[in-house]
Design a protein around this ligand. Structure first.
Ligand SMILES: Cc1ncc(COP(=O)(O)O)c(C=O)c1O
Length: 364
């Protein structure tokens, strides 16, 4: 069985976690929490980082930190993992759905401005499968209409856009360390920002707005959240982060081989490559066109029969029960890629031989 995307544990994970167990620092404060935040901020060239219990919590925290709430509208793509959209609902705001581009699978920025109303407060670009949204144009629109930009960079750690890392291209960037992500803490997330005040407020809100009085009692000035990550998981995160560049190198090397082997296959479309984007290729993805020798679902079945775990693209969220009737742009791109897309195996442990085997099966 070649899995879709599994964790890679090869560094100081055991050592750092053992240190937490040996010293009893297993809960939500400790040196690894501080160090993981510090190193993650440094890696991404961000001023502040706030660790959270998962990526969904990081997104919710980003929204509350920026004061987005009841009745505010947030523009988000329909082709995403539902967490992006649910986080908007959790704060009482209203998701407004925008289409994705066929050749990148990410937010079609040309359709954003038509969705803006006086209630719009933010845009949430999602860098699906690692590919970054066209951020210069999106930031221009956001600035013109005085909107916040919260990047859902959960799938795009290490991706660069015009030399800048995903997650640092808007007001706040959010990451996930779920088991299938580039680095993992089992479950976890991170919020980053270049606005130190925003970073401080996010940290404060993530810890139940706790302050300590002179005699050592806990005081809470506002309703906060317990979004903290335990030290024991931060220890794992720090160890994973130490190897992130090596992981990225393998992802990109394997993606290049996939591209070389699949580029001339009739009926298979590959993601757009442009010189100012360095995709982290979190999940290597293809589209199955009508002129391929079998349907997308037949290809998924064939891969499964051969012990290869592949996955169809996300289904459009605007078309799921909790979001029926939401305001949307036209959705041609979303419907098309959602029907045609496949994520292929992309683990860091995936070998070049396995990539060749997968491509041979696709080529028949
Ligand atoms: C696009 C996207 N947004 C949000 C999330 C939420 O992250 P988590 O599962 O860590 O809550 C994920 C990943 O699972 C995701 O892929």
């Amino acid at each position: 069985m070649i899995p879709l995307c599994i964790p890679e544990i090869r560094g100081n994970e055991w050592k750092y976690i053992k240190e937490c167990l040996d010293t009893n620092w297993v809960s939500s404060v400790g040196k690894f929490v501080d160090k993981f935040e510090e190193e993650f901020a440094k890696y991404n060239n961000a001023k502040s980082a706030v660790v959270t219990m998962n990526g969904t919590a990081a997104l919710q925290l980003a929204l509350v930190t920026l004061g987005i709430g009841e009745g505010d509208e947030v523009i988000v793509p329909s082709m995403t993992f539902i967490s992006s959209v649910n986080s908007i609902k959790y704060v009482g705001a209203v998701p407004v759905f925008v289409d994705v581009e066929r050749d990148t699978f990410v937010m079609d920025v040309s359709k954003v401005e038509g969705l803006i109303t006086e209630k719009t407060k933010a845009i949430m670009p999602v860098h699906i499968y690692g590919y970054p949204v066209e951020m210069d144009e999106l930031n221009r629109i956001a600035k013109k209409h005085n909107l916040y930009v919260i990047e859902d960079a959960t799938e795009a750690l290490g991706t660069t856009y015009k030399g800048k890392l995903a997650g640092t291209l808007g007001d706040i960037g959010c990451f996930s360390f779920n088991g299938n992500k580039l680095i993992t803490t089992g479950a976890g997330g991170m919020l980053i920002t270049n606005n130190e005040e925003v970073g401080k407020r996010a940290k404060y809100l993530s810890n139940q707005t706790k302050t300590i009085t002179e005699n050592g009692a806990m005081h809470h000035e506002e309703i906060g959240y317990n979004f903290r990550m335990p030290n024991i998981l931060a220890a794992m995160g720090l160890a994973q982060l130490e190897n992130v560049d090596a992981y990225l190198e393998v992802k990109r090397r394997n993606a290049k081989l996939y591209n070389d082997l699949l580029k001339d296959v009739e009926g298979i479309s590959l993601i757009k490559e442009v010189d100012y984007i360095n995709n982290c290729y979190w999940l290597y993805s293809i589209l199955v066109e009508d002129n391929f020798k079998m349907s997308r679902d037949e290809l998924l079945e064939l891969l499964k029969e051969n012990g290869i775990q592949a996955r169809p693209f996300f289904l459009p969220v605007h078309d799921m029960k909790p979001y029926y009737g939401s305001k949307c742009s036209s959705m041609e791109g979303t419907i098309d890629v959602s029907n045609r897309g496949i994520n292929l195996p992309s683990s860091v442990s995936l070998t070049q031989e396995e990539v060749r085997k997968i491509c041979d099966i696709i080529k028949g």
